[in-house]
Design a binder for this molecule. Structure first.
Ligand code: F6P
Length: 340
């Protein structure tokens, strides 16, 4: 068989282990693999790279994706969907493995309905994809965020300050919640629960009253105030997402104004997405890659690999993109136990 592979959307630690897993399994089973560069852009434009054992040698510990990525959406222009179909023919593909988040997998799902043989691999540091227990990249992101929070603790304590840490998480507060628990945050604010500034300030004052003259507030970039929306700018990407950011800065100013406590902000940003994947993400990515080839071999097109408990299974692509997986309030309650 001839199998195409692409990585779309935001990059994510663990993408290279997936690609390596795909190439190793496919080569062992006698298939040929070809990589499309920069997400759906590569298959629209026909830009490719051969993926053999040499091409994936040494990529396991590397962050990012050797294939490059983009947020190109072929369904923005009907001619681009036709170009994807033409590429399938031109490159004599028996199947395509699309590695990506909600947007990339949404396109994959539509292409299956349009008659193409596509299999999905779920990816996002945000961990907000439905129909899988975890996505790779999340473990690396929370470990980086945890380490940053540890570092904020020592400077916050020395200066008797409040430090607001803004982490990624567009629609879901998984990173904020997990990194907040692991890093011992005093307040965690997530997109699922609109922020009440009075409550936040009351928690910080209560903490001060019991002799703690520093605090760490972790906020997800997509968290919103009960009253208004904080956006970095109003421009949209090809999938219609606004650029987020700015909530941390706003919170820090507002907390200082309302409590009189000296407050600073630290925005972790793309550091959470860069660099080498953790062992957990390397293993999950590798398992996803191997399973994706098995799905192709069994002609289980229109499916995505998924983690269910400790097993890697196949689920319909449609179930992955039908809704976002938001934070389980049971785990948020664990973080909440340590507020104040
Ligand atoms: O991939 C998900 C994500 O990291 C979100 O958490 C974040 O809002 C977004 O990507 C940032 O996108 P970009 O890299 O395009 O700024």
């Amino acid at each position: 068989m001839k199998i195409g592979v692409l990585t779309g959307g935001g990059d994510c630690p663990g993408l290279n282990p997936v690609i390596r897993g795909i190439v190793r399994k496919a080569t062992n089973d006698g298939h040929e693999v070809i990589g499309f560069l920069n997400g759906w852009k590569g298959i629209i434009e026909g830009t490719t790279t051969p993926l053999d054992l040499n091409a994936v040698c040494g990529i396991l510990p590397k962050g990012g994706t050797i294939l490059g990525t983009s947020r190109t959406n072929p369904y923005k222009k009907p001619e681009d969907v036709n170009k994807v179909k033409e590429s399938f023919k031109k490159f004599k593909l028996d199947a395509l493995i699309a590695i990506g988040g909600e947007d990339t997998l949404g396109v994959a799902n539509k292409l299956v309905k349009d008659g193409l043989n596509v299999v999905g691999v779920p990816k996002t540091i945000d961990n907000d994809l439905n129909a899988t227990d975890y996505t790779f990249g999340f473990d690396t992101a929370i470990n980086i965020a945890m380490e940053c929070i540890d570092r904020l603790h020592t400077t916050a304590a020395s200066h008797h300050r409040i430090l607001v840490a803004e982490v990624m998480g567009r629609h879901a507060g998984w990173i904020a919640t997990y990194a907040g628990i692991a890093g011992g945050a005093d307040v965690v604010l997530i997109p699922e629960l609109p922020i009440d500034l009075d409550d936040v300030c009351a928690i910080l004052k209560k903490r001060k009253a019991r002799g703690r003259d520093f605090s760490i507030v972790v906020v997800a970039e997509g968290a919103q105030l009960k009253q208004s929306d904080i956006l970095q700018d109003q421009s949209l990407d090809e999938f219609g997402h606004v650029k987020l950011g700015g909530i941390g800065d706003f919170l820090a100013k507002e907390i200082e104004k309302r409590t009189g406590f000296e407050t600073r902000v630290s925005v972790f940003g793309h550091i959470q997405r860069g660099g080498s994947p953790t062992a957990a993400d390397r293993i999950l990515g590798t398992r996803f890659g191997i399973k994706a080839v098995e799905l192709v071999e069994k002609k289980q097109f229109g499916h995505m690999v998924s983690l269910s408990g400790t097993k890697i299974v196949a689920v319909p692509l449609s179930s992955a993109v039908e809704k976002l997986r938001t934070v389980d309030m049971e785990i948020y309650d664990v973080a909440k136990e340590f507020f104040g």
